[in-house]
Design a protein around this ligand. Sequence first.
Ligand code: UDP
Length: 370
Amino acid sequence: MVDYLIVGAGLFGSVFAHEAHKHGKKVLVIDRRNHIGGNVYTEKVANINVHRYGAHIFHTNNELVWRYANQFVEFNRFTNAPVANYKGEIYSMPFNMYTFNKMWNVSTPEEAKQIIESQRMEIGHEPTNLEEQAIALVGRDIYAKLIKGYTEKQWGRECRDLPAFIIKRLPVRYTYDNNYFNAKFQGIPIGGYTSLVEKLLEGIEVRLNIDYKPQTHNWRDCASKLVYTGPIDQFFQYCYGALEYRSVRFETELLDIPNFQGNAAVNYTDRETPWTRIIEHKWFEFGRDESGNEIPQTIISKEYSAEWKPGDEPFYPVNDETNEEIYRKYEQLALSEPDVIFGGRLGKYKYYDMDQVIAEALKLAEEELT
Ligand code: UDP
């Protein structure tokens, strides 16, 4: 018997496991995959840490979370500054003076503001969906070239049918500043995210390749409590219907050239290009290996976004009204399971960033263990 059976060795499960272990609890972590780390998993190929499940750039304003993560690994000084490629035209992201200069050939904040003000007037009320929110933030020109196509590929839905909060993740600045995040702390673990998760799980029993199925596994046979980080609808055997998720497929290639695109992330914002972005992994670590030598090859991953179907990996919850309504029912049902803790993006059906996942795991661990 263990005190906690933890289903899922991703960030939520690993932070919770670490805290429980620290408090002297007996913990068992299981995962369906053949590796730890969930979607933050990185794998070294040709001396490059490959972000197997897409780009993960740690960023936070939460000093406690930053200090917590830094106990386990050192972070590099990577700053996310993706580039957008619209039919071959290159724009700086997020939306800032470099973007406005390229879009309208303006050079001062005043000129950029004037254009945006005149375009955003078309939305005369509180935005109710992503399209209105985007136009209200940056105007129609930018919406048309840098948002609409990308968003519709990423989510497989019209911008009008998506919640406004998704686009509010992106900063809009009237300064020449390409830093994608408005975060006090930012970086990537030196040696990759897998080493962070390995450290979190040090001294804890982890069993891989175990696909926990709520209908066949009775966790009460082996644990006092369950921490479940898989999809909440799956846990309750889809009794209120299936929640929708977006999945991502990666086409990864090792190339015999040192530099493919000159940046870690290039977003393809037109509707015609079938992939949403290309990640060139070496640039997360400045193109150098552990000893500081330049890496002669490169690895790129093209990301294709798709609706999740059984057998795929769920990546993003689709937090539109229909799904939110279904989720609220599951959330209510979860209250009838006081010995089960639901956590992480899938357990909570929330578009969490890594720092929010860590903060949530620490909060729940504190409530649970002290
Ligand atoms: N987005 C966009 N154009 C871009 C990048 C992002 O329209 O070039 C929109 C898109 O709707 C996306 C949202 O902003 O879903 C959030 O982007 P973020 O980079 O935060 O997404 P993630 O990295 O989590 O996939």
